[in-house]
Write a protein of this length. Sequence first.
Length: 281
Amino acid sequence: MTDKRSKLRRIIMDTRTLPTLPSVINKLNSLSDNEKSSIQEMAKIVSSDQVLSARILRLANSPSYGFYRVSTISNAMILLGVNVVKSLALSSSIFAIMEKDSIGLWEHSLAVGTVANLIARKLGLPECEEIATAGLLHDIGKVIISIKCSEAEKDIIRLVHEKRIYTMEAERETIDTDHAEVGGWLSKSWFLPDKLSEPIAFHHDVAGSVNHRIKTAVVHIADVLICAGGFGNSGETFVPPVQKIAWDTLKLNEQILAELVDETEDKLVEVKNFCLEMMGD
C-alpha cells in the first residue's frame, strides 16, 4: 500500500476524524451484539436522540424503501431490520453534509437506493431493504474524500473533465485509491455487515465481490441506470458500461431491462418529489 493510500486509510479508519457520530451508536452496537436484546430496547436507545430519530424516520419513509408509513423507530426496526436502521443512524451525519453541500450526489444516492430496491423486488431477491441501503450508501466514499481531501477533490474533478475519464480513474491517479474502496474502509470501521460493505466496496468491480455478488450486481446495475437517466449528479461525465458479470449474475435480458427502465422513470418522479420536500424543510 502506497504512503498516500495508507495515510488516507488510517484517517478513514479513525472514526474520531470523521463527522461526529451519534453517541447512541456505541450503545446500539453493544445491544445488537447481544442476542437477548429486544427491538424495543434498541428502539428506546435510538429514540432518545430526537434529531437522529427524525432523520432515520425521514430516510425510512423515502422512496428507497417505499413503506411511507414508518412512524416510530421500533416500527422502522421491524420493517427494515436492525442493520438497516443502524446504517441509517451511522450515516445520518454524513447525509446531513450531502443534503447541504452535495445536493446532486444526495439525489443520485437516493435514486440508486430506490432503483436497487426496485430491481431486487422485480427479481424476487431476499433482503430488499438491505440492498436498498447498500444502494443508498454506495457513493459514501465520495463524501468522505470531499471532507478529508478537499484539495485533492478539486484535482479529481479537473482530471475527470480534462482527460474525460471516470471518477475512479481520476481518484486513483490523485490519491492512489477510489471512492468505492474508501466506502468499504468506512463501512468496516463502522462494523457494518459484509452484505452491506461488499456492495459499497465493489459496485464498480462486481467480479471483486465474492460473498455477496448478487447484492453487488444489483447496486451496480442501479448505479448505471441512474447515471444513464441523468438523475442527480454522480460526478461522472459519461455513463459507465454495465459489467457482463453483473448482467449474468442477475440473469438479466433485454426485456427485463426495458421494463426496469420504464419502472425507473416512474420511481424517479417520487425521488424528485421527496428531495424537494427535504429541501423545503
